[in-house]
Design a protein around this ligand. Structure first.
Ligand code: SF4
Length: 327
């Protein structure tokens, strides 16, 4: 029996797109998508939905690439806006010159997401270490705010240190940031520079608990996760307990496009759901036909369960669901 889900019931609401990627440097066989190709990909996305598209760079390689390196970034944003897509640039901010900010304002960009990795550190006297990195970031954020941009902050979670994160949260609240977006990394993988060694579930649960303490209108989450409450009945005393749980949204409302043009589960789980270069740049084709996405739609996995389930061949029949459940 085939998996009984209807892929067309699922629409992407958020796509992270590595539009600038260091993995293509020196790779003569794969070129980054040109402007026209980017437009075609966006056409295909807009056919099925009008999601948020975060134009990003490669997180795990700690690359110096930035979406704003692209000379056609304004054209891409403009085109996405014209299709009704909600375009966001995630940038380190270094290339956000006054001229570029003015152009972004003119084309209707309301929100900028700044990657703040390693920029905010605790200081006993001044609260935040006042080094060059911090001062540049702080000035930029003040400037953007005074120009009317909404600020979001992005963090690549290469490690999990509650105290460090609390200082970042404090900073975000102080700056009236609209959200902190966590990019979870895979603890079993290692980037070229750093071994990643935190417990993802612990970090995800910590984020859920912090959310409750933050302003209601502030977004605070990995973008690929939905939190919820699970009710559990104790068979002996009949009491019901509630606890926070989460589900991976990949394939349901979330997808990730890597710098080579492959659609992945997310940045940290590299299983390829399809290659845009092999589908005539049709994102829709991959979204609907990917066996991996359909497998994830069929299951409500947590982050770790998603990772574990993809280390084995994907069952084709619904009966095989038990195979995973017995792991
Ligand atoms: S497996 Fe799912 S929940 Fe975990 S990081 Fe990837 S997309 Fe997010």
């Amino acid at each position: 029996m085939e998996l009984t889900i209807n892929p067309t019931d699922y629409r992407p609401r958020l796509i992270i797109w590595e539009i600038a990627c260091s993995c293509l440097e020196g790779n003569s066989s794969i070129k980054k998508f040109n402007t026209k190709e980017c437009f075609t990909i966006m056409d295909s996305i807009a056919e099925i939905s009008k999601p948020i598209i975060v134009l990003a760079s490669n997180y795990s390689e700690n690359s110096k690439c930035d979406p704003l390196d692209r000379a056609d970034i304004v054209d891409i944003l403009l085109y996405g806006n014209s299709l009704g897509l909600k375009m966001i640039v995630e940038t380190s901010g270094e290339k956000l010159t006054p001229d570029l900010r003015s152009v972004l304002k003119t084309i209707g960009t309301k929100c900028i997401r700044i990657l703040i990795n390693d920029h905010i550190k605790e200081d006993i006297e001044s609260k935040f270490v006042q080094n060059e990195k911090f001062n540049k970031l702080d000035n930029l954020i003040n400037q953007l705010k005074s120009e009317g941009f909404e600020i979001q902050l992005g963090i690549v979670l290469n490690s999990f240190n509650e105290r460090e994160l609390l200082f970042i949260v404090d900073y975000a609240v102080q700056k009236s940031s609209k959200g902190i977006y966590f990019h979870l990394q895979n603890p079993k993988s290692s980037s070229k520079l750093k071994k990643i060694s935190y417990n993802k579930e612990e970090a995800i649960n910590w984020i859920a608990n912090q959310k409750k303490l933050l302003p209601d209108d502030m977004y605070f989450s990995p973008q690929c996760i939905k939190y919820g409450i699970k009710h559990k009945e104790d068979e002996e005393n009949g009491e019901t307990t509630n606890h926070t749980t989460h589900w991976c949204l990949s394939g349901k409302t979330f997808a990730y496009i890597n710098g080579k043009g492959e659609v992945q589960i997310c940045n940290s789980i590299k299983n390829v759901c399809g290659d845009l270069r092999k589908t005539n740049l049709s994102f829709a084709q991959i979204w609907y036909n990917s066996e991996i996405f359909n497998w994830l739609r069929y299951n409500n996995f947590s982050c770790t369960e998603t990772q574990i389930s993809l280390t084995r061949p994907i069952p084709k029949s619904s009966e095989s669901k038990e195979i995973y459940e017995n792991i």
